[in-house]
Design a protein around this ligand. Structure first.
Ligand SMILES: CC(=O)SCCNC(=O)CCNC(=O)[C@H](O)C(C)(C)COP(=O)(O)OP(=O)(O)OC[C@H]1O[C@@H](n2cnc3c(N)ncnc32)[C@H](O)[C@@H]1OP(=O)(O)O
Ligand SMILES: O=CC(=O)O
Ligand SMILES: [Mg+2]
Length: 529
C-alpha cells in the first residue's frame, strides 16, 4: 500500500473505509498501473474514427478482420447459471431498488453503475456496499416513512453488475495525478469484494460492459479480466461479460468483439437507446440521416430490426446468447392507460422473441408478468433460443443497418424533447440517474436521444411538419416556454432545490454548440459532487 499511486480527493467515511480497504486499494492501484494508461489512446481512436465519419465516410464492416467473421470458432461454454436469462430487470444500485429487483419475478438483475446511476461519490460507495451485502444474502432496508421493511426472498435473481463506460472519469481518485477511469473503479471494487462470495454461492463474477465502439476495447477488457483472474488465482472464465452493442460502430464489429473476449463473453445485448443516440452522434454530419421524432424510432423500423436480427445471427453462430433491450414504458396507475402500455410492451417483446432473442429487459417489476407470458410462448420449457440461427437473413448489410428512418419532425416532438432533457439533466446533477418522466423511464441513454435530436435538427436546418425550420432562435424561444411549463409542473420548491436552472443552462449550451458534445454526462459530471 505504501507505494500506491492513488490519491483520494474526498475524506474517508465509515462507508468508504469498508470499500477502500488496504488490499482493495492495492488491487485498484495494480489495475490502474497496468491498464489506465491504455484508455486515452482508445478514446483518441474513437475520435479519429469519428473524424472520418464527419468527412463523409460511413461505418462499415472492416475488411482487415474478414477472417474473424468468416472462420469457424465459438466462445467458451456459457456457465450453467447464465444460460437462462429470459427476463432481466435493471436498475440503479440504491439499497431498496437492489432488494426489490432481486426479489422480482425475473431471472437476472442488472445492477447499474451506468445509464441509470448518477455517479455521485457517496452513491457509488453505497452501491458497492449494497451489492456486497446482496451477494452475501445480508441485505435489508427499513423505509421508516412507509413503515416497510425490505429483505431478500428465497431464490433471488442472478446478479450482474454494469460498470461505467470507458469515457467516464472518476474525479475523486487520482492515479499518477489523473482521474481514474470510472469503469476500472467499478470493476475493481465489485470483483474485489464479491469474487469469493460468488464462488462460494456456486457462481462466477458477472458483468455488463457498456458503450464499446470497437473490438480493440473488448481486447482491453479481456486483458483486464485475465490479469484479475491471475491476481486472485481464479480459474480462467470465472469472470464473464455481456457486452452491450449500443454504438453504431460496434454493430459492424460484433464477431470481432465476441472473438476478442471469447474466453469471457457469454452474450451481446441490444442496448437500443444508446444505439439510437449513437446513430445520431456518429452520423452527425450526414444530413440525409437525421432522425424524426423520438417516439417514431421504434424497434420495428428497418434499421433497428436489422440490428436485432444481425445480433442474434452473430451471437448464435458463436454460441453466445443474444439479449434484447429495454422498452422504456413503465406501468401507470390509470387502468386504461396501463392497458395501452402493457399492449405496447407486449408488442415490442413479441418482436424480440419472434426474432430469436434469448431474453430481454424490463425497467419496472410491474411489467414482469406481461413479458413472462410472451417469452413462455416462444421458449416453452427451453432456457434460450440458441437454436435460432437466422442463416437465411442475407439481407442485412451496411445499407440496411444505416438506412434513414422515415417519420415526421413535429413541434410537439421537439417540445417533448426539451422538457425531458431539462428534467433529466436536473435529476442527474441532483444525483438521480433514472427517473419517470411523462410515463417513460428516462435515463442517460434516452435523454441523450432527446438532447442530440434537437442539436441535429438545428444543425441540419430541418423542417417541422408545420413548415417551420428548426433554428437556434426557434429552439431558444421554445426552451424559455417549456422551462416555464416544467417549472409549473414541478413547483417552485423543487425547481430551486433540484438544480433545474443549471440544467436549463447546460442543456441550452449543449444544444446550440457548433460541435456536438459526445456525452451530456461529461459536462454534467463537473456539476456533480
Ligand atoms: C437505456 C438503459 O440503459 S435501460 C437500463 C437503465 N435504466 C434502468 O435501469 C431503469 C430502472 N427503473 C427505474 O429506475 C424505475 O423503474 C423508475 C425510476 C423509472 C421508476 O421508479 P419509481 O418511480 O420508484 O416507480 P414506482 O413508484 O412505480 O415503483 C413501484 C415500486 O417498484 C419498485 N421498482 C420500480 N422500478 C424498479 C426496478 N427497476 N427494480 C426494482 N424495483 C423497482 C420501486 O422501488 C417501488 O417499490 P416500493 O413499492 O417497495 O416502494
Ligand atoms: O443500455 C441500454 C441502452 O438501451 O442504452
Ligand atoms: Mg446504454
Amino acid at each position: 500500500m505504501s507505494d500506491t499511486q492513488l490519491k483520494f480527493t474526498k475524506p474517508a467515511t465509515a462507508a468508504s473505509e469498508q470499500i477502500f480497504t488496504a488490499s482493495a486499494v492495492e488491487f485498484l492501484n495494480q489495475l490502474a498501473t497496468h491498464f489506465a494508461g491504455e484508455i486515452p489512446p482508445l478514446l483518441a481512436q474513437r475520435e479519429a474514427d469519428q473524424a472520418r465519419y464527419d468527412k463523409g465516410e460511413l461505418p462499415d464492416f472492416d475488411p482487415a478482420t474478414a477472417a474473424v467473421r468468416d472462420s469457424d470458432w465459438r466462445v467458451a461454454e456459457i456457465p450453467r447459471d447464465l444460460q437462462k436469462r429470459r427476463l432481466e430487470i435493471t436498475g440503479p444500485v440504491d439499497r431498496k431498488m437492489v432488494i426489490n429487483a432481486l426479489n422480482a419475478d425475473v431471472d437476472v438483475f442488472m445492477a447499474d453503475f451506468e445509464d441509470a446511476q448518477s455517479p455521485t461519490w457517496d452513491g457509488l460507495i453505497d452501491g458497492q456496499l449494497n451489492l456486497r451485502d446482496a451477494n452475501r444474502g445480508e441485505i435489508s432496508f427499513e423505509d421508516t416513512a412507509k413503515g416497510k421493511r425490505y429483505q431478500l426472498n428465497e431464490n433471488p435473481a442472478l446478479l450482474i453488475a454494469r460498470v461505467r463506460g470507458l469515457h467516464l472519469p472518476e474525479k475523486h481518485i487520482l492515479h499518477q495525478g489523473k482521474p481514474l477511469p470510472g469503469a476500472l473503479l467499478d470493476f475493481a471494487m465489485y470483483v474485489f469484494h464479491n469474487h469469493q462470495q460468488r464462488l462460494a454461492n456456486g457462481s462466477g463474477v458477472y458483468f455488463y460492459l457498456p458503450k464499446l465502439q470497437h473490438s480493440r476495447e473488448a481486447a482491453w477488457w479481456s486483458k483486464v479480466f485475465t490479469f484479475t483472474e491471475d491476481y486472485f488465482e481464479l480459474k480462467r472464465g470465472t469472470i464473464r461479460a455481456t457486452v452491450l452493442i449500443e454504438t453504431l460502430p460496434a454493430v459492424f464489429q460484433m464477431h470481432e468483439i465476441l472473438h476478442a473476449l471469447k474466453e469471457h463473453i457469454v452474450a451481446l445485448n441490444c442496448g437500443r437507446w444508446d444505439y439510437i443516440f449513437s446513430y445520431i452522434k456518429t452520423l452527425r454530419a450526414h444530413a440525409d440521416r437525421v432522425l424524426p421524432d423520438r417516439q417514431v424510432v421504434s424497434m420495428d423500423k428497418p434499421f433497428l430490426n436489422a440490428y436485432s436480427r444481425l445480433l442474434i445471427q452473430t451471437c448464435h453462430k458463436r454460441g453466445a446468447l443474444a439479449m434484447g433491450g429495454m422498452a422504456a414504458f413503465i406501468p401507470s396507475k390509470d387502468e386504461a392507460e396501463n392497458e395501452r402500455i402493457l399492449a405496447k410492451v407486449k408488442a415490442d417483446k413479441e418482436q424480440e422473441f419472434g426474432n430469436g432473442h434469448d431474453g430481454t429487459w424490463i425497467a419496472h417489476p410491474g411489467l414482469a408478468t406481461t413479458v413472462k407470458e410472451v417469452y413462455q410462448r416462444y421458449l416453452g420449457d427451453s432456457d434460450n433460443q440458441l437454436q435460432v440461427l437466422r442463416e437465411n437473413d442475407t439481407d442485412i448489410d451496411q445499407a440496411l443497418l444505416l438506412q434513414p428512418c422515415e417519420g415526421e419532425r413535429t413541434e410537439q416532438g421537439m417540445r417533448a424533447n426539451i422538457r425531458v432533457s431539462v428534467q433529466y439533466i436536473a435529476a442527474w446533477i441532483s444525483g438521480k440517474g433514472c427517473v419517470p418522466i411523462y410515463g417513460l423511464m428516462e435515463d442517460a441513454a434516452t435523454a441523450e436521444i432527446s438532447r442530440t435530436s434537437i442539436w441535429q435538427w438545428i444543425t441540419h436546418a430541418q423542417l417541422l411538419s408545420d413548415g417551420r425550420t428548426v433554428t437556434r432562435e426557434l429552439f431558444e424561444s421554445m426552451l424559455a416556454e417549456e422551462a416555464e411549463v416544467v417549472r409549473n409542473e414541478v413547483g417552485e420548491t423543487r425547481w430551486e432545490a433540484e438544480n433545474f436552472a443549471p440544467a436549463v443552462e447546460l442543456f441550452a449550451r449543449l444544444t446550440v454548440a457548433d460541435q456536438l458534445d459526445d456525452f451530456l454526462t461529461l459536462p454534467g459530471y463537473q456539476l456533480l459532487d
